[in-house]
Design a protein around this ligand. Structure first.
Ligand SMILES: Cc1cc2nc3c(=O)[nH]c(=O)nc-3n(C[C@H](O)[C@H](O)[C@H](O)COP(=O)(O)OP(=O)(O)OC[C@H]3O[C@@H](n4cnc5c(N)ncnc54)[C@H](O)[C@@H]3O)c2cc1C
Length: 291
């Protein structure tokens, strides 16, 4: 396990790519306000390498008076990378369409790259860069405990991570606890409904996804984590004390700060949590992808 606390960019070179598919992630009956789409992108260079836990950069072309020709934004790899029949690498990303309304003026701002991606149609070319970040690695012990904490887009790499764990580690028997905060289509990937994605990989005794709701409209808004954690406070404390527990955190930087406060209060003192976290980091049992 490698600590990925900083966003490290391997290369800023542009790579030509093509969109393979673009689908809405929400079930049609959903009343969720957000739009999240799953895109599969094929890079037109056979030696482009990126893996689960990393993100790829998408360069949206800028037109008109923009001083920059491109608007670069990053998207986490949300599934195990594959290859086309011709050997070209394919990556899945989940993109939330970013739309923000100014509460005072009523003006609507549409995020450049997320809207560009959400509106892209199959076979259209695009430019990508990266990857950035360090791949998430599973612990060597098959009976380790994994605590995965993500919110909004931060949940995407965990879907890929769990799928990869299931594929590559048939003897895995450790506990998996996923804490996620989102009100988006990504929910469909992480429910305890046995028909849903994540539970297809693990049985109910070892795997549990615990949901914490984020108030609309913004992923950056504070998430009501407290309920999900205090419900499981005793179990969490026990797991955090064990020498085979590994913690992975992904999502907006604000989540990291909020978690520090929560765990500080769960442990009865911010100092006690700070010491525990420091030990987890020192023992290579803490990985984070915060941005
Ligand atoms: C490592 C990493 C991984 C990520 N993974 C994911 C992922 O898996 N999925 C995902 O959906 N996102 C992910 N993100 C976030 C993503 O990179 C983008 O930040 C997000 O999609 C918004 O980009 P955008 O170009 O659409 O919005 P931008 O155009 O960059 O705008 C973003 C915000 O800037 C402000 N703003 C800028 N200009 C104006 C203006 N003229 N008027 C008003 N407001 C303005 C607004 O607050 C706006 O909401 C990740 C980010 C990082 C760093």
């Amino acid at each position: 396990m490698t600590q990925a606390s900083a966003i490290r960019v391997k290369s800023t070179k542009h790579h030509p790519a093509v969109l393979i598919s673009n689908r809405h992630l929400l079930p049609t009956e959903s009343e969720q306000p957000d739009e999240v789409r799953e895109l599969v992108i094929e890079v037109q260079e056979q030696d482009f390498v990126a893996d689960v836990g990393q993100s790829i950069g998408v360069l949206a072309p800028m037109h008109g008076s923009s001083p920059e020709p491109w608007h670069l934004r990053w998207y986490s790899i949300a599934d195990i990378p594959t290859k086309s029949d011709d050997g070209y690498p394919r990556f899945t990303i989940c993109v939330r369409r970013h739309v923000q309304k100014d509460p005072e003026t009523g003006l609507v701002y549409k995020g450049i790259t997320s809207n560009y991606l959400c509106d892209l149609t199959p076979d259209e070319p695009l430019q990508i860069t990266g990857p950035c970040g360090i791949p998430f690695e599973a612990p060597k012990e098959d009976d380790a405990t994994l605590i995965l904490i993500g919110a909004g887009p931060g949940i995407a790499p965990f879907r890929a991570f769990l799928k990869k764990l299931h594929r590559d580690r048939p003897d895995w028997k450790g506990l998996v606890r996923v804490f996620y905060g989102t009100r988006t289509g990504l929910d469909v990937l992480y429910t305890n409904d046995p028909k849903r994605d994540a539970l297809l990989y693990f049985d109910e005794e070892t795997f549990e996804a615990l949901r914490a709701l984020s108030p609309p409209p913004n992923w950056a808004d504070p998430i009501a984590w407290d309920g999900a954690y205090s419900e499981r406070g005793d179990e969490l404390l026990k797991l955090l004390e064990q020498s085979n527990t590994y913690v992975y955190v992904a999502g907006l930087r604000a989540i990291g700060q909020h978690l520090d406060e929560l765990f500080g209060s769960l442990m009865g003192s911010p100092k006690r949590w700070a010491d525990r976290k420091e030990a987890l980091i020192a023992e290579d049992r803490w990985a984070e992808l915060l941005y």
